[in-house]
Structures are given as C-alpha cells and as structure tokens.
Design a protein around this ligand. Structure first.
Ligand SMILES: [Mg+2]
Length: 381
C-alpha cells in the first residue's frame, strides 16, 4: 500500500517507461502467488471502448485478455457508464455482440442502476420515467410497480404540449384508454426519474415543470415539489459525432434554469452516476463479488474467506477528465484513474488534464489494459 501511495505521488512526473519499471518492481516485491490478485478494472464505455456502436482503441482485443483460453473470466472487471435507457441484461447482450466477449448483466453498471435502491420508497407510488430507450421498462425491472414513461404520461393531458402538432418525428403510440386516463390524470406523481437523455427537451421541460410545481398533478394548485432524480450529471459525452454532445447535465441546467425562473422555490434534485462516490463504491462491491466468484472457482480461497477480499488497486479507465478521472480521484484509495485519448480528452502525447490529472494518460484502452496486466504480472501472451 505504501508503495502504491508513493507511486501515486510521483506518477505525474515520471515517464511511462519509468512507471512501468517501478510498477514491475512493486509487483515483484508484493507478489504472493498463493493469494488472489488484488486488482480490478472499471471501464467507461462511450469514448473508451465504443464510439456510437463501433469498438475503438483495440477494445475487443484488450477485453479478451481478461479471459482465459476457454472464455472464462480471470480478471474482475465492470463497465461503469453513465449511459443507459435500456435494461442491464439487454445492454450486456449488446456489448457481448459488439465486443466479442461474454459480458454478464452484473458487469454493467449504468447511471440509473442505483435507482434500484429507491424501490422500497416508491414501489407502489405513481412515478414518471424520462428519457430515450425504455425508461419505464428499466424501472419496472428494478421493481417499481406503478411507473409511466413521460411519453405516455403527456398523452393523458390534452394540450399539455402546444408544440406537439408541429413535431415531425413519429411519437410512440400508446392507446389512450379512458379508464387509464382518469386514473393517471387524477393521481399525484410522487417522484420523477431522469433515466436517460431526454429526447424532446421542450415537452419534457414543460411537463416536468407542470408536475414538479404542483405537487405532482399538472394544472392543479402549486404544491410541494416531488423528489427528482437524475441518473447522472454529465454535461457532455463523446458519441459518434467528432465533437462532444450535450448530455444529461445540460438538460438538468435547462430544466433548473426554467423552473427557477417561473417558481419561487429553487428546484431540488439528486443525481447518481459517476462523480458521485456512491457509483465507485458500488463498483467496488460488484468487483469484490466477481473476485470471490472467480477465486472460488479457482479454489484459491474458500467460501468463508471470499467476502473479506480487499483490492489493492482498482483501475478506472475513462475518457472524460471531469467525470471519470475526477470521480475516481474523489473516490480515493484504491482507485487509480487512467485517461485515454480516444474520447472527450484530446491532449497530445505529453499532456495530462491539469485540473483533474490522471495517474496515467494513454492513447487507447488497449494500451491501458496492457499496462495494467504487465504491472500486475498477469501477462499471458
Ligand atoms: Mg466516456
């Protein structure tokens, strides 16, 4: 541990070669083959392993190295992404297909995954889910029994969106049934969840302002604001377009700005996802469970000891200094942030991000994994 702290202090001033040699020495000193390896990896997705739906930076090759020859996982790893809008099981299947390795749903930690923790509070309450993809399906799978998407919710209030007739895109077709309409537009919404990026900002800002100002029932008197939860607060992200796109944090700014301009009390909200130390703590818990499983399979530790396993280093590989790197730095020990140049960060070969410097900057995710495996003495090729 002392070695690692020393390394962290000095890492910003040493060259990569020096770092590699130093890590190698440390590994030799501390290597104890009878014990399970003491590291795990969290990968960001957008701008690190994928750009849109295209793998980048040698991601498939890099991930394959975390499995043995027969495709069995040997290094604990998760995807820690703020993206979402689809169920973890579906995302795992998509990632397996795109990257050519077997990803399990438990390895996919999305921005909205922590919403599960609120099921006890809102299990049977009427809640609204906002965003692209299948936000209501995601929330139902978490156990919320009375969730409605904002697409459907808006349909139960005639003329709530005066711009709707001018919108040229196709809307999702929900059958507006009279009984359901009566039950929805007479009940108060108890919470709103921004699960993924809003598709129709103008309608969603309008409907959310209507709902949040009135204690949960549009067109009624003003009332206490129901809780509002965001899956994350990323201002921007790297998609398929060459420059960054506006993310959920930008939508939050727009909603907050409008709400605070028309309402006496400021908007209250909570956001999860990366930056929030809870996301990193949760990733650590999941990685520990994976490590226990892997090592039990290898009979390195017995069942009774498996839960007590502690990581010496957890690597966060990300492209966004203000989210991935800042978040891992704030989460502190044992997190070790590595910044790639394939996404939001586009610095040259010698630069780091001055405001939130990573412990290491690399060109690609493949280079990051190569570095990790060398320094953890896990080289197999
Ligand atoms: Mg990213």
């Amino acid at each position: 541990m002392i070695h690692l702290q020393l390394l962290r202090k000095s890492s910003q001033t040493r060259s990569r070669k020096q770092l590699s040699q130093l890590f190698s020495t440390i590994s030799q000193i501390s290597s104890q083959p009878s014990k399970p390896p003491s590291f795990g990896i969290a990968f960001d997705i957008d701008g690190v392993v994928l750009r849109g739906n295209t793998p980048i930076g040698g991601a498939s090759r890099a991930l394959r190295r975390l499995y043995d020859g027969s495709g069995v996982l040997k290094v604990p790893f998760v995807f820690l992404t703020n993206g979402g809008g689809i169920r973890e099981s579906k995302r795992a299947a998509e990632l397996s297909e795109l990257l050519g390795v077997k990803i399990s749903p438990s390895q996919v930690l999305q921005g909205h995954s922590p919403f599960k923790q609120l099921v006890n509070r809102f299990e049977n309450e009427l809640i609204v889910a906002v965003g692209k993809g299948e936000p209501a399906v995601v929330m139902s799978e978490y156990g919320f029994k009375n969730v409605i998407s904002i697409d459907e919710y808006a349909l139960y209030f005639d003329n709530i969106d005066p711009l709707a007739p001018y919108k040229k895109w196709g809307t999702i077709d929900f059958a507006v049934e009279r009984t359901r309409k009566c039950s929805i537009n007479s009940k108060r919404v108890q919470a709103a969840f921004i699960v993924s990026d809003s598709v129709d900002w103008s309608r969603d800002i309008q409907v959310l302002c209507d709902t949040l100002r009135t204690g949960g029932l549009p067109a009624s008197e003003e009332g206490p604001q129901p809780p509002l939860y965001f899956a994350h607060d990323d201002l921007k992200y790297q998609g398929a377009f060459p420059s960054e796109r506006l993310g959920m944090g930008a939508f939050r700014i727009a909603l907050e700005s409008v709400f605070n301009s028309i309402h006496a009390e400021a908007l209250k909200y909570t956001y999860f996802g990366k930056l929030n130390p809870v996301a990193f703590k949760n990733a650590e818990v999941v990685l520990k469970q994976q490590a226990s499983f892997i090592y039990r399979e290898l009979n390195i530790v017995n069942h009774a000891n498996s839960g007590s396993h502690d990581f010496q280093t957890l690597y966060m590989i990300g492209d966004n200094p203000a989210v991935d790197i800042k978040g891992a730095r704030q989460a502190r020990n044992p997190w070790f942030p590595i910044l790639t140049r394939t996404g939001v960060f586009k610095g040259d070969h010698h630069s780091n991000y001055p405001e939130f410097p990573a412990n290491m900057v690399v060109d690609t995710v493949e280079e990051a994994v190569d570095f990790i495996l060398r320094n953890e003495h896990q080289i197999t090729d």
